[in-house]
Design a protein around this ligand. Structure first.
Ligand code: GLU
Length: 505
């Protein structure tokens, strides 16, 4: 079994195309077949190497490595269409000499006029066939005189092209609705429908899995296989990925590219696992599986033909599963760029790495995506007592809980350290005894004073985290104030009468 993914490098990898790549990869891997990556860059105006590089990077990021293709090589190369022009040229000569293709000299103006006329008369606007009858000798003479020409394929009249699509069942097109397609443009660059057939045939592709937007191209391609005397591959046209309104997922719906989901902090295994679930299921209640297990279970016959809606809620659910399963060091490393973007981290030192390795997994257990982690850690790096107290609800609560705030500041004399749960709880116990407050009336004022926020991580995790952070010595993290510094700053910002203990002391 030989499968390929053949992206056009004219933009970022859309998640719908990533899913197409994934289905090809799953089938190849599950069947012990070969997965090939070919770059279809014949649209020279829109293709860029930069976009090609980005697509390769996104595929590798998702774990979709290829056995043959650009950058890895193989026996059927080159794998970039602009490096295969000689191959397309040789094969078009063959079609021309057999009369299966012909030169067309129609100007763009002429083609447009024919099109308008067809539309006016209610006919299908297909190529009118003006140049079909030009003899090979005449065509050669006109070319020698410098006239520009394209090569068109001669579509046989009044025939049905029928094929069994693995996903959609029998598909039938009448050749009467198909105008003679352009195979090679006047500048010698091949058109998609032609290059794809030559490549799939010469690369020995056995199964073509692609988006259903290509289904109307398939009869043209099948006619070309027939003209060359080649056996066509099996075709499977998978439904497009839709937005919630059932129109193809596009910018209007929000993020569409693998890059965007990656930048939001979805893990690669989560995105890949989720994409496999659009239109296919590995089994009831068994949706969360690693790629190799998905490959073992994947069957093209089980892919549904109805449109799959991209459900970011479900992607988040899958991501949460993988965030909980990820190794601490990996989570810390993946989170570092988000902290850098927030301006809280330079180049992480080994000490920072150790600190983040302890901290990040705790926070990651309660977010959908890594990009939500900075806001959960703002209490560490962005603590500002005055700013917190400028919030009316925090000021009101602090005023009402003044005894707790005072006791906290007194307990947390400079140099004190609540480096673990036990010492934090012991201190809370002492404040309870001093003030008679307990439960929420005790802990919530402590929370707002030490974190500057009304909610967040459990205090017996958050407080040791700030204490450890305050003790970092070889760090490129933004300075983290200690609990004692916070308690003092909060009490100072609260203002008002000094605590009785201060008066006595
Ligand atoms: N380059 C085409 C695309 O990106 C490939 C279509 C195909 O798989 O045949 O849509």
């Amino acid at each position: 079994m030989r499968l390929r993914f053949a992206p056009s490098p004219s933009g970022h990898l859309h998640v719908g195309n990533a899913r197409t790549a994934l289905f090809n990869w799953l089938l190849a891997r599950g069947a012990g077949g070969t997965f090939i990556l070919r770059i279809e860059d014949t649209d020279v105006g829109r293709s860029t190497r930069e976009s090609e590089r980005a697509i390769l990077e996104d595929l590798r990021w998702m774990g979709l490595t290829w056995d043959e293709g650009v950058e890895v090589g193989g026996d059927h190369g080159p794998y970039r269409q602009t490096e295969r022009l000689h191959v397309y040229r040789a094969h078009v000569v063959e079609l021309l000499s057999r009369g299966a293709a012909y030169r067309c000299f129609c100007s763009p103006g002429q083609l447009d006029a024919d099109r308008q006329a067809a539309l006016r008369d209610g006919r299908a606007p297909k190529y009118a066939g003006r140049c079909r009858g030009i003899s090979r000798d005449d065509a050669r003479r006109r070319i020698e005189h410098g006239e520009a020409a394209v090569v068109r394929f001669r579509v046989p009249a009044h025939r049905d092209v029928v094929f069994q699509d693995i996903v959609r069942g029998e598909v039938k097109f009448s050749t009467d609705v198909i105008g003679d397609p352009v195979l090679v443009r006047s500048d010698g660059v091949p058109a998609y429908n032609y290059a794809v057939v030559v490549d799939d045939a010469l690369m020995g592709i056995t199964h073509v899995i692609r988006g259903e937007d290509h289904i109307s191209n398939t009869p043209r391609q099948l006619l070309l296989y027939e003209a060359f005397g080649w056996t066509p591959p099996a075709f499977a046209h998978v439904s497009l990925v839709m937005g919630p309104d059932h129109s193809p997922l596009s910018k209007r719906h929000g993020a569409t590219s693998v890059k965007e989901f990656r930048d939001r902090g979805y893990l690669p295994e989560a995105l890949a696992n989720y994409l496999a679930l659009i239109g296919w299921s590995p089994g009831e209640g068994e949706e969360l599986l690693p790629l190799d297990e998905l490959a073992r279970r994947f069957r093209l016959e089980d892919v549904g033909h109805s449109a799959g809606v991209f459900d970011e809620e479900k992607l988040a659910w899958v991501n949460r599963h993988y965030l909980k399963a990820a190794a601490p060091a990996r989570l810390a490393a993946l989170t570092a760029p988000f902290l850098q973007a927030a301006g809280w981290l330079g180049e992480a030192t080994p000490e920072d790495e150790g600190y983040l390795e302890q901290l990040v997994p705790v926070v990651a257990a309660s977010v959908d995506r890594l990009d939500q982690i900075p806001s959960r850690l703002a209490f560490l790096f962005d603590y500002d007592a005055a700013r917190a107290l400028a919030r009316p609800e925090i000021r009101a609560e602090a005023e009402a809980a003044r005894p707790v705030i005072e006791a906290l500041a007194a307990e947390l004399a400079p140099g004190s350290s609540l480096i673990d749960k036990g010492s934090f709880r012991a201190m809370a116990g002492r404040i309870r005894e001093k003030t008679g407050q307990k439960g929420k009336a005790l802990f919530h004022p402590i929370r707002i004073a030490l974190t500057g926020e009304p909610d967040g991580l459990e205090l017996d995790i958050a407080v040791p985290a700030m204490e450890r952070g305050a003790q970092l010595s070889a760090s490129r993290l933004r300075r983290i104030p200690s609990a004692a510094q916070r308690a003092a700053a909060f009490r100072a910002a609260l203002g008002g009468p000094p605590a009785p203990s201060d008066v006595e002391g």
